[in-house]
Design a protein around this ligand. Structure first.
Ligand code: ADP
Length: 223
């Protein structure tokens, strides 16, 4: 499903953030990406989501090499991978449902179909009834779930989330994790970057750890 082969990444002329990274993730896996702040977790997720290109090496999604995709082929990647970045990039002057509708509008999906899918996405993340709220009127956890709804409205096979529980209390964090586990249960391949080892310990899943430029792959949680 996802394969990294000898992937290197540096920004500009800087040193390698990631060096010779090799791993393979099967369809339907649930994986944590762990390591201290600045280690390169976001960079790894952005490479998977096609938001950054590797400096060297190859990246495959569903057997298709994606690191060399031409700009016009990128929308394919955008539909295949649901991306939830640390900065959720919600539009604060739009209602919640209009935020979720955005990716469908960009694709020109017919309005009634789009509305049905946006409502279903909001329901899946536990936000039914909040369609008319603006993000400002929602709690941090709700905003995070809104960003998740927008990321999954295209029913992507892969979901990647960067520190989705940062700055949330334990109950809201659990709710977010439950949303991801629900998607994963129906087959969505899920990668979650976190530096919260206590949170990851509760779920005990395979963990890709980046630390001081070193990369390791643990079957269980890395503590
Ligand atoms: P993490 O998600 O683990 O906190 P990041 O992947 O965000 O780590 O960052 C890894 C390193 O790469 C950091 O030193 C950061 O400053 C640097 N970095 C990230 N994005 C960029 C960028 N667009 N340009 C230059 N340096 C960057």
């Amino acid at each position: 499903m996802i394969r990294f082969q000898h992937v290197f990444k540096s920004y500009g002329r800087g040193k390698n953030i990631l060096a010779d990274i090799n791993f393979e993730i099967a369809g339907g896996d649930f994986i944590f990406v762990s390591g201290p702040s600045g280690a390169g977790k976001s960079t790894l997720l952005k490479l998977i989501g096609g938001l950054e290109a590797p400096s060297r090496g190859s990246i495959y999604l569903k057997e298709q090499r994606v690191d060399q995709l031409a700009a016009r082929a990128r929308p394919y990647l955008r539909r295949a991978v649901g991306v939830i970045l640390q900065d959720t990039h919600l539009l604060y002057d739009r209602s919640a449902i209009n935020n979720v509708l955005l990716p469908l509008e960009v694709q020109g999906v017919e309005r009634s179909v789009a509305l049905k899918r946006a409502r279903a996405a909001m329901e899946k993340v536990g936000l039914a009834g909040k369609e008319g709220f603006t993000p400002i009127e929602m709690s941090g956890g709700e905003q995070q779930r809104l960003a998740i709804a927008r990321a999954i409205v295209n029913r992507p096979a892969i979901v990647i989330a960067d520190e989705p529980t940062a700055n949330l209390d334990a109950a809201s964090a659990k709710r977010i994790m439950d949303v991801f586990l629900d998607f994963n249960r129906v087959g969505v391949t899920t990668l979650i970057a976190s530096h919260d080892r206590a949170l990851m310990a509760q779920y005990a899943r395979r963990t890709l750890l980046i630390e001081e430029g070193r990369f390791s792959d643990f079957a269980g949680v890395a503590l």
